[in-house]
Design a protein around this ligand. Structure first.
Ligand code: AMO
Length: 443
């Protein structure tokens, strides 16, 4: 009887080990990304998980002969001799002199979009309609490899700080953030809601684990079609107990961002280079109160009508201001108005009109909201009533407060928003693998 040992039998050699095999015959597996036929030889690029490996076909190297079904997007097992190749910048590169190509599968059709060019060259909507194919383009896939690095950095840093990873339910009895942008669902005859955030659950877990985090999809029924709103996005959340002040949360986020950017530089260098990413340098992040930031905007920008929040052009202005004044890509704006923050936010005891809350702007766009939460039962019930909410509907949420919770707070960081601004995209959809927006639920 065959037994499964947990050890994979792999006869292929990763590109990272080619250096050790110069002059030897190795085997690789991958997709045929591009074929350039010359008069008596051909360049065949093999796309592996992270590289494009150049292979050279010539009748000089072996008796193998190219067949008609060796086409782009075919899956292949290629064996050949490793040789060093010349590069313009003098860096070390290796290629394979093909000895044999074994086709593992042959595509049924030519892709609807050319994916072997340096860049996908079509409208965003066409790109998104054909996502399973366009993501094969090295630049497209590099975006999401970097996005993996961001999540990994967030996870690794928080784990190093004693946080426990959690998964909260996405089908819920109430919306966590208030407002109307909540998706309703029929749940065996009852109305339930898709999670707008893990807010109520991450708070509930503070008395359990003190520090928790979650990286998961959340859902917002945004009715408008903007370049920075999605209806489903990945929220990177954390919540921490026993804080001295809400600046503890901002310090934790700053530490996480520093770690993430170092990780990208060190372990995602091929993608950073391919996408020419300017990784921000963080030593510290400047902070400004909402009131003072608004005054700056009023002085510099015309036609400001909403004094309670920022319009996108105000955030963009503040982003430039932070760059000029502090050479910082980031800016914390603190003490947002109580009226504008959700019911769980702690008002400032020194001025109840404002909250112990903050947003983080990255290159002039909000990527994070966070703050200290109310931990006192009576204070929370009173605030809910003041906001016209029925505390009875939040009985299980209020168990947190009723049965004792430490001072705590946390934040939510939008993964796609951070990726978008890191890569300088004008539209968040470029930083979303399979976007969900008001006009799109497919692919
Ligand atoms: P908030 O609702 O401000 O706060 O969301 C936090 C962060 O999530 C991102 N984000 C979005 N990204 C894409 N599309 C959207 N429609 C969208 N909406 C929000 C942004 C934003 O800064 N519970 C609080 C967080 C907390 O206090 O812990 C919350 O969800 O990057």
């Amino acid at each position: 009887m065959e037994e499964i040992t947990g050890v994979l039998q792999d006869s292929t050699t990763p590109y990272s080990e080619f250096k050790k095999h110069v002059g030897e015959v190795v085997t690789i597996k991958g997709a045929i990304h591009n074929i350039r036929l010359m008069s008596d030889f051909a360049f065949i690029l093999i796309r592996t998980a992270r590289e494009l490996i150049q292979c050279v076909y010539s009748t000089e190297f072996s008796d193998y002969r190219l067949t008609e079904d060796v086409v782009e997007q075919a899956s292949a097992k290629v064996s050949g001799k490793v040789v060093t190749s010349e590069t313009r910048d003098g860096s070390e590169r290796y290629e394979l002199q093909i000895h044999n190509i074994e086709l593992l599968s042959v595509p049924a059709a030519i892709p609807p979009v050319v994916i072997s060019k340096k860049q996908i060259n079509c409208e965003l909507s066409v790109n998104l309609d054909n996502r399973p194919v366009t993501l094969r383009n090295p630049k497209e896939r590099a975006v999401f490899k970097l996005q993996e690095g961001i999540q990994r950095g967030f996870r690794e840093y928080l784990q190093s700080q004693g946080f426990t990873e959690i998964h909260s339910p996405k089908i819920n009895f109430a919306g966590a953030e208030g407002g109307t942008n909540v998706f309703k669902l029929d749940y065996f005859g009852k109305t339930v809601y898709l999670a707008q955030s893990p807010q109520l659950y991450k708070q509930a877990l503070v008395p359990v684990y003190e520090r928790v985090f979650e990286i998961a999809p959340v859902f917002r029924a945004e009715h408008h079609d903007t370049s920075r709103h999605l209806n489903e996005y990945i929220s990177m959340d954390f919540e921490m107990g026993f804080i001295e002040s809400f600046t503890d949360i901002m310090n934790m986020e700053t530490g996480a961002l520093k770690y993430i950017f170092e990780l990208l530089k060190n372990e995602y260098a091929p993608e950073v280079e391919l996408l020419k990413v300017e990784i921000p340098q963080i030593t510290s992040i400047p902070c400004i109160r909402f009131k003072d930031a608004k005054e700056l905007c009023v002085k510099k920008l015309k036609n400001i009508t909403d004094m309670k929040d920022f319009e996108p052009d105000e955030e963009a202005f503040l982003g430039k201001w932070a760059k000029q004044q502090f050479n910082s890509d980031f800016l914390f704006v603190t003490h947002y108005l109580s009226k504008k923050r959700p019911f769980y936010t702690m008002d400032d005891p020194e001025d109840p009109e404002v909250t112990l809350s903050f947003d983080l702007l990255f290159r002039g766009i909000e990527i994070t909201s966070g703050g200290q939460r109310i931990h006192d039962y009576n204070m929370q019930v009173e605030k809910m009533k003041r906001l016209g909410m029925n505390p009875e509907e939040f009985e299980t949420y209020l168990m947190l407060h009723k049965y004792g919770a430490p001072p705590h707070g946390g934040l939510g960081l939008g993964l796609e928003r951070l990726t978008m601004h890191l890569l300088g995209f004008k539209n968040v959809r470029y930083a979303t693998m399979f976007p969900r927006d008001i006009n799109r639920v497919s692919p």
